[in-house]
Design a protein around this ligand. Structure first.
Ligand SMILES: [Zn+2]
Length: 232
């Protein structure tokens, strides 16, 4: 058994050309992500984990607890993210089947008597999906041409652990619906990232070389997506 597997939480270890070891806890699932210098021994890495065990456990459990609480009711007074900005919600009288409208300042969400949070949420996410689709389409066109690859299908899905995925064999990509809450550059980066997988399957030096060449600003977008923040 790998020494990292003995802990009760998932650990992801990345070796990098850095001087010090860093530990981060990544939302929403509280994966413990460790960046360690290339030649640091397993012993030292384990020591570092042990030393910060209390911090890891506290931080993780509050993150997971937060993730479990309903943060939104999607009614007047609530605020939701839309492409990197937070907008107030305004409830408007409506019926099942009505759509969200955006007036540039507020998101108007139809509501009716007895409407559940889940119902309001699904109205919003239907609208989110349309907006993401509208923004993703031209970007997909642009980047398929730029990178010189083509996909057969792109689907939008709510995913818990990944921003996107690529089925290389079928040339299908999926984008996480939650990307609609983040700045547009994040969507663009994930599209480039998934398309580059059609040139190189793994996350190796060749892969990151392509990403760097096609989308030099990738680090910024990636760090926004990795930081604890919007998501919900
Ligand atoms: Zn990837």
């Amino acid at each position: 058994m790998n020494y990292l597997d003995e802990y009760s939480f998932p650990i992801e270890l990345n070796r990098k050309n850095i001087k010090n070891l860093y530990i981060r806890i990544v939302p929403p699932d509280g994966v413990v992500r460790i960046s360690a210098p290339r030649r640091m021994s397993d012993r030292l890495i384990k020591d570092a984990i042990e030393k910060r065990l209390t911090w890891i456990m506290t931080h993780r459990s509050s993150m997971l607890q937060r993730a479990a609480e309903p943060v939104h009711n999607y009614k007047s007074g609530d605020q939701v993210f839309y492409f990197g900005r937070k907008y107030p919600v305004q409830s408007v009288r409506g019926r099942r089947g009505d759509a969200v409208t955006f007036d540039g300042r507020k998101l108007l969400i139809p509501c009716w008597e007895g409407q559940t949070i889940e119902e309001a949420e699904s109205i919003l996410y239907r609208w989110y999906a349309e907006q993401l689709q509208n923004e993703a389409e031209p970007l997909l066109e642009k980047w398929q041409a730029e990178i010189g690859v083509s996909v057969t299908r792109c689907t939008l899905r709510k995913m818990k652990t990944r921003w996107g995925s690529c089925n290389v064999r079928d040339r299908r990509i999926s984008l996480n619906l939650h990307l609609v809450k983040y700045p547009m550059q994040c969507l663009e980066y994930v599209i480039v990232h998934e398309l580059v997988h059609l040139l190189e399957k793994g996350h190796n030096a060749v892969f990151w070389g392509y990403v760097e060449r096609f989308y030099p600003d990738w680090r910024k977008a990636k760090s926004i997506l990795n930081s604890e923040g919007i998501w919900g």
